[in-house]
Design a protein around this ligand. Structure first.
Ligand SMILES: NC(=O)c1ccc[n+]([C@@H]2O[C@H](COP(=O)([O-])OP(=O)(O)OC[C@H]3O[C@@H](n4cnc5c(N)ncnc54)[C@H](O)[C@@H]3O)[C@@H](O)[C@H]2O)c1
Length: 503
């Protein structure tokens, strides 16, 4: 092991197997492709041929390179033909027993130092390895769909996997043009683990009725820069896929509250509101003009006066004051139509009680994720409807969409981002992967605008901690307990990516 891998066998010629075959062949390996259903291999070769032809048309590769890549993939009819392979990758059905059986069969066919890799996305690599005589050669090589375009791969190290196998697969990943991140075997690996907070916290906000799904999506897109909101994402994936994954990760972490889904997700699954595939999810996909209706509020004229404080925990940052019409500010809270507060950790109800201001005129604005693309306004149960309209008008007059939510410590975007950062800190704390690799995995694998450690450092560890502590106090829910990795770096004012020891 540790050698350059030249001869690769791939078992399972479905969506993933054929993609892995293509990238390995393009990297110069000779590839043998096997599937228990014979026709699948010829369909896979057709798909590879089409994809390569498209790449030639777009000028990404030469005709010669396309021919050479295709010529390096040999369809095989029998498993025993894989005897000369230095690496065999399985991309068969996602069930433990068939994968274990396949690896046991392979052990009788391949040489003792052939690496056996699994592309499983949710099963334990350790459990697959445990069925083998030589578990040290078993490793996870987790690609993303479509393999040719998603340039990230997770190299999963089970407790007995040799460093040589890790090195050999990392090197081959580089050859295929993929960024490999090395992670220890744990539920969800890195990408599917780090991606938990976005959807589960979105669902938690919906279950609390902080806002409608379309408002939550719009805030996360407009204010935080996500490509799509959690409900657009759930509709795309389908609740039939997402709910079992959420439940499985929660179970695999022995019911850790950080991963706890909300019941409305399963209720909607039972009701068949799966998403795009069933025509109705959080959004409707039936009929003309269906699908995404943007939740941008109408602009209304600013006629109200506004007061804000410039010091204390609910002071308005200058960056937000700059978004307001300059002539509407008054110097006395009692004279104002709108009292604009900007707490971060506490909710508005707590802030109003502490500041002794008129609840009916009080409204909060998210001080972190705000800009010309949108601001989040947060009302408390005492806020008058007229105050909400007046506050929207103040931003609307400057053509800034103002999304209105009910009281929620950490609003929407800071709350979701703080949960993402906290989960990533916990992953670093447990040594699942390095902060740098977690950041890469999240940007490439999930397409978030920033990695969690980058984001946490931009916000500041202290502010992330303040949001989580506010959530923890308000809900008395262990879901929001801050990771010690975060707490220690916040206390020491260190960047979140600082390792445990400076060695
Ligand atoms: N599709 C994805 O987005 C994705 C992403 C990452 C990882 N994965 C994982 O990759 C693996 C394959 O997924 P897929 O989406 O390509 O599935 P798929 O259904 O498209 O392909 C699986 C192929 O394996 C073949 N097969 C099943 N049992 C076999 C056996 N015992 N021996 C030989 N061939 C067998 C099937 O005939 C089929 O062609 C799964 O473990 C899955 O979890 C999938």
């Amino acid at each position: 092991m540790g050698q350059e891998l030249q001869k690769v066998g791939i078992i399972g010629a479905g969506a993933m197997g054929r993609g892995i075959a293509q990238v390995c062949a393009a990297a110069g390996c000779t590839v043998q492709l096997f599937d228990s259903v014979k026709e699948t291999v010829s369909r896979a070769l057709d798909a590879v041929r089409d994809d390569l032809a498209q790449a030639v048309t777009k000028g990404r590769i030469s005709q010669d390179a396309a021919h050479a890549t295709l010529a390096r993939i040999e369809p095989v009819q029998e498993l025993r033909q894989l005897g000369q392979c230095e690496l065999v990758v399985e991309a068969i059905i996602e069930q433990l027993e068939p994968k274990q059986r396949l690896f046991r069969e392979l052990e009788a066919i391949v040489s003792p130092d052939c690496i056996l890799a699994t592309n499983t996305s949710s099963l334990s690599v350790t459990a697959i390895a445990a069925a083998c005589n030589v578990p040290s050669r078993v490793i996870g090589w987790h690609f993303f769909n479509p393999v040719t375009r998603m340039k990230l791969v997770e190299v999963i190290r089970a407790p007995r996997t040799t460093p040589e196998a890790v090195q050999a697969l990392t090197a081959l990943s580089r050859q295929t043009g993929h960024r490999a991140i090395v992670a220890s075997d744990s539920p969800g690996f890195v990408v599917n683990h780090a991606g938990r907070a976005f959807v589960t916290e979105g669902l938690k906000l919906l279950a609390e009725r902080a806002a409608e799904h379309r408002v939550l999506d719009a805030i996360l897109r407009n204010c935080a820069g996500f490509r799509m909101g959690p409900f657009e994402l759930l509709d795309l994936t389908g609740l039939d896929v997402s709910v079992p994954v959420m439940e499985s990760i929660h179970n695999q972490y022995y019911g850790d509250d950080r991963y706890r889904p909300v019941t409305l997700a399963r209720t909607r699954l039972l009701a068949g509101l799966l998403g795009r595939k069933s025509g109705q999810g959080f959004y409707s996909y039936e009929g003309k003009g269906a699908a995404q209706q943007p939740a941008v509020p109408d602009a209304s004229a600013a006629s109200a006066t506004v007061w804000w404080s410039t010091d204390g925990p609910a002071a308005l940052p200058e960056s937000i004051a700059a978004l307001l019409p300059p002539d509407k500010r008054v110097t006395q809270a009692q004279q104002a139509d709108v009292i604009l507060l900007a707490p971060l950790g506490a909710d508005l109800s707590t802030t109003v009680a502490e500041q002794h201001v008129d609840a009916s005129k009080a409204i909060a604005v998210d001080p972190v994720f705000a800009g010309p693309a949108g601001v989040t306004l947060m009302a408390c149960p005492g806020t008058a409807a007229a105050t909400i309209e007046a506050a929207r008008g103040l931003f609307g007059a400057q053509a800034i969409p103002a999304f209105v939510i009910a009281d929620s410590p950490g609003y929407v975007a800071p709350r979701v981002v703080a949960c993402i950062v906290n989960l990533a800190c916990e992953m670093a704390q447990q040594g699942i992967a390095s902060p740098a690799d977690i950041d890469v995995a999240v940007r490439l694998g999930l397409g978030y605008p920033a990695g969690p450690f980058e984001w946490g450092d931009r916000l500041g560890a202290g502010r992330v901690l303040e949001i989580l502590q506010g959530l923890h106090v308000t809900f008395a829910d262990p879901r929001y307990r801050p990771s010690p990795w975060l707490v220690r770096r916040a206390r020491l004012s260190l960047p979140l990516s600082t390792p445990d020891r400076a060695d």
